[in-house]
Design a binder for this molecule. Structure first.
Ligand code: IMP
Length: 468
């Protein structure tokens, strides 16, 4: 019997709640596999009284028989992975015999992290070295010296790995007059972590092919989201990997012959973290620069604790200022980065963008998360739930989302207000018990986007989910 694979991707700017949807649907699969990104991803999963922050280990860890795979399209911070595995094991979850990592993936080297810290600020990266690692992957060599170091290279030849990592670091440190003290110890630690993880590392490029050939069902877990794709997103304010569903069949080490369907995940109150255009943002550029503001030490200024100390949510909600409403929605929705603690920029559900991203990914079914949060709009002065239904530039209606950041910056959203509801949905489990306004909104989205909404999230817990 031949297996199959489905690909799940975020169709906005990330943080759509992909991990919690995977956690809900994972029982239908045998393997959850990552195909892109690295420790820049961050999800917090809550099951019962367990709360686990995942960065590099695929979701689905709460299912004891689930295989977990990290494909060659990912970039890996070995030390962080080691800590993450330790934390997962400490919470009583076994990973031995379940977690497999491709030896073809690129190792994030110390100079990648340093370089990202030096140059990633304008984009607002997560400073994990993601961009520099993918850049070195493409660069391959610098004359006779390796720029890109893959996990398999490291295991094959430790002295080459040592030379590569130290050499790359010294070159960069010297260029920026930065001390390289401690680099030898860091590199030794990376090498010993790789050895310690060797039972998890597959040397077989056909690992996934063989499992699918034996009838196993694969769920590919996209990290980040399609608006952050390195070529199709809001370039240059994007991540450095391909995030689109099609790329699962490159970075996930499986041929596309197994593809069955694509699953999209979107959040009904949108967010974006980091810089770049966000057409439906509450408060526009004011919100963008507020969320990016740093203190004298270069630390994010408007973190959760600052906002909780400084604002009354009710007062903000009553304001007619969209920027303030955005702050209130962030506080109510707890929209702060899991990895970086940065405040996420908040926006209206943008159907123009959602439609385009569902097309690009070939989404067959869509999950909407945080539907319970829509009730917050009933406490605002807005005349309903705002959704963006069109863009125009210089008065000209657009047929598509512009392909450049400059184009997106010029686009003006046309907003439609859908009927409000105030019912608390957090304990709802049955579509029949949802208010008519929620059904109306879902049908509106389905018509606009052209695909079925398969389920909705009404809270962070596994059971706060309704299959439609
Ligand atoms: P990088 O991936 O760290 O290079 O960051 C590039 C951009 O992608 C920045 O705007 C980040 O905030 C954003 N980004 C990276 N990973 C995530 C994620 O998991 N969720 C949301 N945004 C992300």
């Amino acid at each position: 019997m031949k297996g199959y694979s489905d690909v799940l991707v975020g169709v906005q700017y990330g943080d759509e709640g992909k991990a919690r949807i995977i956690d809900t649907i994972a029982q239908d699969y045998d393997i959850v596999a990552r195909f892109n990104g690295g420790p820049n991803a961050g999800h917090t999963l809550e099951v019962g009284n367990k709360r686990i922050a995942l960065h590099q280990v695929p979701s689905g860890i709460f299912y004891p028989d689930m295989q977990l795979y990290v494909g060659s399209g990912c970039v890996l911070n070995l030390e962080k992975l080691f800590d993450e595995i330790r934390e997962i094991k400490a919470s009583g979850i076994a990973l031995d015999g379940r977690l497999t990592i491709s030896d073809q993936l690129t190792v994030i080297q110390p100079h990648h992290v340093l370089l990202d810290r030096l140059i990633g600020g304008t984009i607002g990266t997560t400073a994990n070295g993601i961009g520099p690692a993918y850049a070195d992957q493409a660069a391959r060599m610098d004359n006779y010296y390796l720029k890109n170091l893959r996990l398999g290279d490291l295991l094959d030849d430790q002295s080459l790995a040592r030379r590569t990592m130290i050499g790359n670091y010294l070159q960069l440190a010297e260029k920026h007059s930065i001390s390289s003290e401690g680099i030898e110890e860091t590199v030794e630690n990376i090498i010993s972590v790789a050895e310690a993880l060797s039972d998890h590392i597959s040397r077989n490029p056909l690992f996934m092919e063989e499992l699918a050939g034996k009838g196993r069902k694969v769920l590919f877990e996209g990290a980040q989201a399609s608006m952050l794709d390195v070529t199709k997103g809001t370039v240059p304010f994007v991540t450095s990997s391909h995030t689109i569903a099609g790329s699962a069949y490159v970075g996930g080490d499986l041929s596309p012959r197994y593809h069955r369907k694509t699953i999209g995940v979107a959040k009904v109150v949108m967010s974006r973290v980091g810089n770049g255009p966000f057409v439906s943002e509450f408060g526009g550029v004011q919100s963008e620069s507020y969320c990016d503001a740093k203190d004298e030490q270069g630390k994010t200024r408007h973190v959760k604790e600052f906002e909780q100390r400084s604002y009354s949510v009710d007062e903000l909600l009553r304001s007619s200022d969209l920027f303030k409403i955005g702050i209130a929605l962030r506080m109510l929705g707890n929209e702060y980065g899991a990895t970086t603690k940065r405040p996420r920029r908040i926006g209206m559900l943008d159907l123009m963008s959602l439609h385009q991203n569902c097309k690009i990914n070939g989404v067959d079914e869509l999950y909407l998360t945080k539907v319970d949060c829509l009730a917050d709009f009933s406490k605002t002065s807005l005349s309903g739930i705002p959704v963006v239904v069109a863009y125009s530039i210089d008065g000209q209606e657009m047929k598509y989302v512009p392909g450049t950041s400059a184009g997106c910056r010029k686009a003006r959203p046309a907003v439609e207000y859908l009927p409000n509801f105030s019912k608390d949905l957090s304990s709802a489990r049955d579509p029949a018990l949802l208010p008519a306004e929620v059904h109306g909104l879902i049908s509106f989205v389905e018509r606009y986007v052209g695909c079925k909404v398969a389920g909705i999230g009404v809270g962070p817990e596994r059971e706060q989910f309704i299959r439609m």
